[in-house]
Design a protein around this ligand. Sequence first.
Ligand SMILES: Cc1cc2nc3c(=O)[nH]c(=O)nc-3n(C[C@H](O)[C@H](O)[C@H](O)COP(=O)(O)O)c2cc1C
Length: 207
Amino acid sequence: MKNLVLLTAAVLMGITAFAQTTQLPQPNMQRKTLTVMETFQQRKSVREYSATPLSDQDLSDLLWAAQGQNRPDGHLTAPTAMNRQEISLYVFTAKGVSLYDPKSHSLKQVAEGDHRDMVASRQDFAKTAPVCLVTVGDFGKFGSINEYAAMVAVDAGIVTQNIDLFCAAAGLATVPRATMDVQGIRSLLGLGENQVPIMNNPVGYIK
Ligand SMILES: Cc1cc2nc3c(=O)[nH]c(=O)nc-3n(C[C@H](O)[C@H](O)[C@H](O)COP(=O)(O)O)c2cc1C
């Protein structure tokens, strides 16, 4: 009987853990977008969003463009200093917060509930976007090489610009932002002392 209870608990825990990981659809490499030159022409900060949730395919393509794995050796669409890959990308929606895993192109839920107000902070418009992406830099990935600290901000900026350019090319609305409740997000996500939220992008369809 005791074994049956333990087995049932283990199965339930397994199901819970499985339920918290969402496999994204394959990114659509044939997606119809603007050309590179048209994309630069269209890139601009947009601070109004339709409340319509992003489709799974749009979210998949957005995250892959931001910092998906684009080569079999594990390298990403966004370069990082010494390929330390120290930037994590968190996805805030009305349902919860998830961490994007470029290797498996999946989302792992790390918090339940709507925490977009922490990303918005004093700029209410940001929490009206169906998705808010937050880049977190891990300064610990450079060990004691202090002169590389600035590289973390540069690398977060590159992911941010990938998001900006994908949105411009695909007809989505976004703005790169530094404003957010950094300490609130750190404690919500249980970040370590070396992990710092750096930039965020509310993303939605054009209103
Ligand atoms: C590092 C950085 C931080 C920014 N932070 C914010 C912000 O907190 N809130 C905001 O509304 N816009 C923010 N912006 C967007 C800028 O205000 C915007 O890019 C600038 O006004 C130029 O407009 P454009 O993006 O349409 O060319 C930020 C941009 C950058 C590059």
